[in-house]
Design a protein around this ligand. Structure first.
Ligand SMILES: *Cc1c(COP(=O)(O)O)cnc(C)c1O
Length: 711
């Protein structure tokens, strides 16, 4: 799409360029600029400046261009933008100047960059999006490869029966921060792959993420048959046939995108096994260029790194051999190996039989592999020991790098300003250094507390506006108005639980003893309320049952409106939640939460975690920065485990959390509570930042892969 620059007045004619670079989304001054441009529209579009610029009339824009204050801010933002985009003094360039042109190509099925680009479903996508943003901040030579799903992930609707409905909407590409990649003649650039005997084409969308480039494939082009045009229509829908076709497109098509664009990658990073077919394409390229197979394998291993995310065997993609025959027949001859040798690259015993497993393929052909928390690394070494049958489990070559979150994206602008005041104006530059967070001690309790109350009010009024709009538009019935947060009270202790409704996350655990919970919720002097949000995968009926259960609780008059379910969880809503609730609740069945990241976002914003000691919280919890549910005790019987963990939640709430929260001094400040808030930020912000994570990936994965190749 060519943005309509023609209607922009001269004085602000680079607003389009700014709107098309997601840099604006994590830069406070740039956010402020679009907010000031038209505040009602900023809210209506859920902070989508590309759409705003489409909707504004030439007169509106002319008015902005004549507003002196707006122009001052515009000039300031553009200056900062130009300086940062041209800046050669990034961490990576300064620290590793000799490697500054060695491109790392990062492949992911989903990217959670901004709400206006709904091509993510949950934690994996948010991680990829945050990863891309931080590589821009740190100046890594980095390019992302994925899909531009025209219908994205589904939007959730919860009718009054509580059974989730999935709505797919065609994205208006002209209202998203993307541009088509064209050749010199203005034609769409295409790549193609062979899918079971047919050539399937994809066009390429470009997303500018600060200094980092993302290229996303989309098969909705005239060259394809109707069925193939649908290939990239939606994220995570369809059967295993659709899935293998998507994964071939991602892996093999993705390498061809790099070739078409003339991008010579030095390191290939697979974010989860979905993209592991790229390894086969790299092998094929080398063998057809004359490299013997064994040597090609060695070279591919040196170039490739792999991150696994799933601690559950059934969560890893595996394809029946007949499908591999169908799609890869011919490739083994090209590689000069037998069918059996080929199948062995991914061969793995699944619950349902032997199959071609994407994680096994990635582990075998990557020189470096990692899990996403210490505990998950350990679980993964046990799980995949069979790939290295002659090694003891502690020598299985899967390390761990704990996830993090992109601090500028997830911190509230209010908190960011407070940090600028007390930690120093350059705190953002140093946010992964533990030392600067010691200065939190200088923030007066009053300021922290009032800021938090402000964030909580903002969150609740966001829910209410959301509901009001749907009510006005006639898309909500009274039950939905009731359950969508309208009865929430800004002064009540507010617990947040928002994430994908996968069953292992045990969203309904807190309802296990309803009478005991009721006492907490309905206490006249010290009420507790809980806000839920999250989608279940469209094929996950048990997950949808959990949503329905929670929804029925929200409807239940006996619980007094103290439970809310906010429909259609997304990144936009996530910001309000992690910044506005008092406690972040997480109840995974250990060790199923490989890392989890929403709790990190909460901790950063001064919202302490109440969580099972699993994933990142096994490293983050220090006894003073939140609470550990169940004390890490493990039981074989899941029902006994649930009983134990639920009891622990009630006990913590009754004995510690509620009394501490409501214990106010003469000035109305909960001093003891503020200590936990402060400690939550102090101990977690640097450690679980995406900046710390990217520096670790740089030294532990990327530079090692680069060094291996120069041996
Ligand atoms: C951060 C985030 C997640 C990840 O949540 P976890 O369950 O903590 O891993 C999922 N969805 C959205 C919208 C998020 O912002």
């Amino acid at each position: 799409m060519i943005p309509p620059t023609d209607k922009l007045p001269e004085k602000i004619n680079r607003l389009n360029e700014l709107a098309l670079n997601l840099w604006w989304s994590w830069t406070p001054e740039a956010r402020e600029l679009f907010r000031r441009l038209d505040y009602p529209l900023w809210r209506d579009t859920e902070h989508n400046p590309v759409q705003m610029l489409r909707l504004l009339s030439p007169e509106d824009l002319q008015k902005a261009a004549e507003d002196a204050a707006f122009i001052r801010l515009y000039n300031k933002v553009m200056l900062k933008y130009d300086q940062e985009m041209a800046n050669g003094h990034t961490w990576f360039h300064i620290t590793y100047p000799e490697h500054k042109n060695k491109i790392i190509a990062y492949f992911s099925f989903e990217f959670g960059l901004h709400n206006s680009l709904p091509i993510y479903s949950g934690g994996l996508g948010i991680l990829s999006g945050d990863h891309a943003k931080e590589t821009s901040d740190l100046g890594l030579p980095f390019v992302g490869i994925g899909f531009m799903y025209p219908q994205g992930y589904f939007r959730q609707r919860l009718p009054s029966h509580g059974w989730q409905e999935a709505i797919y909407k065609q994205l208006d590409m002209s209202q998203a921060p993307i541009r088509l990649v064209r050749d010199d003649n203005g034609n769409e650039k295409l790549v193609d792959v062979n899918l079971g005997g047919r050539r399937v084409f994809a066009r390429i969308w470009h997303v500018q993420v600060g200094r980092t480039n993302l290229y996303l494939m989309d098969t909705d082009v005239d060259e394809n048959d109707p069925w193939d045009r649908e290939l990239s229509a939606r994220l995570y829908s369809g059967d295993s046939e659709m899935r293998i076709r998507q994964e071939i497109m991602l892996g093999i098509g993705g390498v061809r995108v790099l070739r078409t664009l003339g991008i010579d990658a030095y390191v290939y990073h697979m974010n989860e096994g979905h993209s592991a077919f790229l390894l086969l394409e790299l092998l094929r390229e080398k063998v057809t260029a004359g490299t013997p197979f064994e040597e090609a394998v060695r070279q591919v291993q040196q170039q490739s790194v792999f991150t696994t995310h799933t601690p559950v065997p059934a969560g890893h993609d595996a394809f029946a051999f007949h499908m591999i025959d169908q799609y890869f027949r011919g490739l083994w001859e090209e590689l000069g190996i037998s069918r059996e040798q080929f199948l062995n690259l991914g061969g793995h015993q699944e619950e349902w039989g032997i199959a071609f497993n994407m994680t096994v393929l990635a582990l075998r052909l990557s020189g470096l592999s990692n899990g996403v928390s210490k505990l998950h690394g350990e679980v993964s070494r046990n799980m995949w020991q069979e790939v290295w049958p002659d090694r003891p489990v502690d020598e299985i070559p899967i390390t761990s790098i704990t996830n993090g979150v992109h601090v500028p994206s997830w911190i509230s602008s209010e908190m960011s300003q407070l940090f600028s005041k007390y930690l120093g104006p350059d705190w953002r530059e140093h946010h992964d250094e533990a030392a600067i967070w010691e200065r939190l001690a200088d923030i007066p309790d009053e300021e922290l507390w009032h800021l938090h109350l402000n964030m909580k009010r903002k969150m609740i009024s966001y829910f209410q506006e959301h509901v009001r709009r749907n009510w006005v538009h006639g898309s909500h019935d009274p039950t939905q108005v009731l359950t969508g947060g309208t009865l929430l009270e800004p002064t009540a202790l507010t617990i947040g639980f928002a994430r994908r409704f996968a069953t292992y996350k045990r969203a309904t655990l807190i309802f296990r003893d309803l009478e005991r919970l009721k006492k907490l919720l309905l206490d006249v002097h010290r009420p507790v309320q809980i806000v839920f949000a999250g989608k279940a995968h469209p094929a996950d009926d048990p997950g949808k049952h959990l949503i329905q259960y929670v929804y029925n609780m929200a409807k239940n008059n006996q619980l007094g409106g103290r439970i809310a379910f906010i429909e259609d969880y997304n990144m936009h809503m996530a910001r309000y939640l992690v910044q506005g609730v008092d406690i972040w609740l997480n109840t995974p069945r250990r060790p199923r939460e490989a890392s989890g990241t929403s709790g990190m976002k909460a901790a950063l914003n001064g919202v302490p975690n109440l969580s099972i000691v699993d994933g990142w919280w096994a490293e983050g919890y220090n006894g003073a920065n939140g609470w550990s549910i169940g004390g890490g005790q493990a039981f074989d019987n899941p029902d006994v485990q649930d009983e134990h963990d639920a009891n622990s939640i009630y006990q913590l709430l009754e004995d510690e959390i509620v009394p501490l929260f409501y214990n106010r001094d003469r000035d109305g400040i909960p001093r003891g509570w503020i200590e936990i808030v402060r400690e939550s930020i102090r101990s977690n912000a640097a450690q679980f930042s995406m900046r710390r994570m990217i520096k670790e990936y740089t030294t532990e994965m990327y530079l090692k892969a680069i060094d291996n190749q120069s041996l």
